[in-house]
Design a binder for this molecule. Structure first.
Ligand code: MSP
Length: 504
């Protein structure tokens, strides 16, 4: 039976340009998608942008532009983000797409027809950064702790969604599906928020013109979250492709800043609209800079496109997956990217490929012969570990497992000292076996790394004379490398990078 895997990133606000924090979720979603493709699953990967936010309208006004005109100008750099990261997203959604707007209206109408919407006056503190109302208790000295900005008093007649009516249904959903939200700590957080009592929330704005008109009251527009969350469902109705509806429900990736919207509001909206709730949600941590969440409003960002310019997409993907345990917060720094690039990608992996190919070229005239001597580690076990770790979204744990094997192969080179074996004709068979085990181990490693390093993995296979177009998971097994000829010393996979003096 073919399994389906539909994964999403949050749709990012276009009020400014992408940071490494945004790239982070896109990279994670791409690694998971590529892994599921290796398993032969039917995959769909969605990312995109959230345009109808008040903060987008404000930035546009500052620049003297209409919001749509502003969004049209800045969207290019957001579309560039997945492309430059080498992400294989199937669609890039914009909430200003006609197909999306049409679906949002239809979706909200269903909720209305279901009796879950009523009109009331809302008065409260609003954080434009979060695009959310805040209780007094959530503010610190009148400021939003997440954005450090002063909340604004908002009072208007709104349409409300009866979230309170869904408390029991949500608790039931959480009880039936103990892995509905991962990691466990986030599941607990969401569940206790629900248990604490749910308040109805406003799904419309009267004072704002930028947004999707409420179908039964076109003077109002949909509240940005009631519009944005629906993207995960709307995309399947109009993205290019056949029968995309088969992909619902989705797996959502997000950071903890938007946990309530995704883990509480969204499933309730779906239930009200008569749709299936999401399949699963994974809530990852923050990439911090000096222990502070990287964000444009705090002014401490790393530009992912600049990093890619210097180190390439593979290195940025590798760094994102490896430096911080996925699911936890972690500090990031540009110097660390360089350090890992040189030490791990360059020395551990790149040198291993160069040495292996150079020894096959030198000692065996470029020919790889298949042998069945015991390898230094069990590739079948690695494959099984990868599947079980990645089923739990542990992209860092899976990469750690692969890297242990990279280091073990390096150790194997030292222990078996092929240069010594080459001096002794009586040990020719042993040398052939060592060279095969190295090539075979590297073949398994290349396939295992393919979701992380989509550019370098096929290059490793190529250098070893192995087919580079088939990256299926079954190739991570003992004896997967086939006999080959014409193997030449491979040029460095991750060459040393000389930074311009100003950037050092
Ligand atoms: N537009 C909303 C999401 C709507 S989804 C229906 C939004 N946009 S955002 O531009 O602020 O993006 C937030 C998301 O970007 C986070 O949930 C996370 O996925 C990613 N990240 C942005 N900065 C991040 C870090 N510094 N660290 C980790 N992830 C970060 O919220």
């Amino acid at each position: 039976m073919v399994m389906r895997f539909y994964v999403t990133t949050p749709i990012y606000y276009v009020n400014s340009t992408p940071t490494l924090g945004h790239a982070y979720t896109t990279i994670a979603a791409d690694i998971l998608t590529r892994h599921h493709r290796q398993r032969g699953d039917d995959t769909f990967f969605l990312t995109g942008v959230d345009e109808h936010a008040d903060k987008v309208a404000r930035v546009a006004a500052e620049q003297g532009l209409e919001p749509q005109e502003y969004a049209d100008r800045i969207v290019g750099v957001w579309q560039e983000l997945p492309q430059r990261l080498n992400a294989i997203n199937d669609f890039f959604i914009r909430t200003s797409d006609d197909g999306h707007k049409r679906f949002v209206q239809e979706f909200l109408q269903r909720i209305y027809d279901n009796g879950d919407v009523y009109q009331d006056v809302y008065a409260g503190w609003y954080c434009v950064g979060c695009e959310a109302f805040k209780t007094e208790a959530e503010l610190v000295d009148g400021k939003c702790p997440e954005h450090g900005t002063v909340a604004e008093w908002l009072e208007e007649k709104n349409w409300f969604f009866r979230l309170s009516a869904y408390q029991e249904k949500l608790l039931q959903l959480y009880d039936e599906r103990p892995e509905f939200v991962l990691p466990q700590i986030r599941y607990n957080e969401a569940r206790s928020f629900i248990e604490g009592g749910l308040h109805d929330f406003s799904i419309s704005r009267a004072t704002q013109a930028w947004g999707v008109p409420i179908p039964w009251d076109p003077e109002h527009v949909a509240y940005v979250w009631a519009d944005a969350l629906v993207n995960y469902r709307s995309a399947l109705t109009y993205a290019p492709g056949e029968q995309l509806e088969r992909f619902w429900p989705a797996v959502h990736l997000l950071a903890k800043d938007i946990l309530r919207f995704h883990c509480v509001y969204w499933p309730a909206l779906l239930l009200s609209a008569g749709e299936e709730p999401p399949k699963q949600l994974f809530v990852h941590g923050y990439l911090n800079f000096d222990n502070c969440k990287m964000s444009k409003s705090l002014g401490n960002v790393i530009d992912p496109l600049e990093l890619i310019d210097v180190y390439g997409a593979d290195a940025v993907r590798y760094y994102a997956a490896r430096a911080t345990s996925f699911g936890h917060d972690g500090n990031v720094a540009v110097d660390d990217v360089r350090e890992r690039y040189e030490r791990e990608l360059g020395n551990d992996l790149g040198n291993l490929v160069s040495r292996t190919t150079a020894m096959i070229a030198r000692y065996r005239d470029g020919s790889l012969e298949q042998t069945d001597a015991a390898p230094p580690w069990d590739a079948d076990a690695l494959r099984e570990e990868l599947v079980s770790l990645l089923d739990r979204f542990d992209i860092t744990g899976a990469l750690d497992e692969i890297w242990l094997r990279v280091r073990r192969l390096n150790q194997y080179v030292e222990e078996s000292a092929p240069w010594q074996l080459a001096k002794d004709e009586g040990r020719a068979g042993e040398l052939t076996s060592v060279l095969y085990n190295l090539a075979d181990g590297l073949t398994a490693i290349a396939v295992a790394l393919a979701p992380y390093l989509p550019e370098s993995a096929p290059r490793i296979l190529d250098a070893l004379g192995q087919p580079a177009d088939d990256l299926s998971l079954e190739r991570i097994r003992r004896g997967s490398a086939i006999p080959a000829g014409g193997i030449e010393p491979a040029p460095p996979l991750f060459p040393r990078i000389e930074l311009p003096a100003a950037a050092q």
